[in-house]
Design a protein around this ligand. Sequence first.
Ligand code: AMP
Length: 288
Amino acid sequence: MLSVNRRANDVRTLVADWRSSGHTVGFIPTMGALHEGHGSLIRASLDQCDRTLVSIFVNPLQFDRDEDLATYPVDSRADQNFVADLGAHALFLPSVEEMYPSKQLTLVTQSELTDHLDGAARPGFFDGILTVVLKLFHMVNPDIAFFGQKDYQQVAVVRRMVEDLNMTIKIHAMPTERESNGLALSSRNRLLAKTSRSDAPKLFKCLNELRSRFRDGETEVRALVAPIRKTLAAIPDARIDYISVVDGQSLQLRTDRVQVGDVVAIAVFLGEIRLIDNIILSDHPWKS
Ligand code: AMP
């Protein structure tokens, strides 16, 4: 039976009970509108941990546009069924008041890894994410927290926060789940207009083509990026936020030649909806 909790104190008690019975605890923080991408993280936790707790919280602290927050899809009944059907043990559904009972004066800020990509494109975004993730980690106290590589920069900054702040939580990153046409699953996909929906798979197609050209020997950043910039710019209603190649570890921009292990990350608005995706420049066709 899925235990549904709205209070941090109830979650603390539940997890303390699990721990006193010797169980390990896996945690998947989400913003809801759950799909198979979230499902893969929940399954990984069920495989690796004795108990699995999923949180759903649309975190106002990480939205820079009120409109984006207001339109973020919410479907708590479907989400609850989704989590229960997978066999997870508990759900944490805090309200904004529960997470932020008073004005949040303390923020977690990280430098360097947030210099580029979404860190540059969305001011305050990672302060909001790191602050809420740290709060959730304190409330849930998990052994392992599961994140998706679709949000490559997010996993990197969370990992670094855990290291920098001497936390003992393990961070596991899972591969991006995609539709058969390559489109990365995202809660935002359901907000796409019909034409944007059919254009959206071009994002991954472009990334894949770029990687093929890299595997064929092209290493110059501009030569790799120019064709995909052209293709994406040609989509009516599309606006490129960024197309960047970064070092997979430091997330610093590559401006000259790419190397194995670099990451190509893109953010594109299709109409009003902002989609992100990325690909790792591995040199082996069977590695993603
Ligand atoms: P969100 O609800 O969008 O905040 O995502 C919650 C977690 O699910 C994050 O760690 C995401 O990276 C992960 N996630 C979202 N979409 C996917 C996907 N298509 N494949 C794998 N993980 C995903």
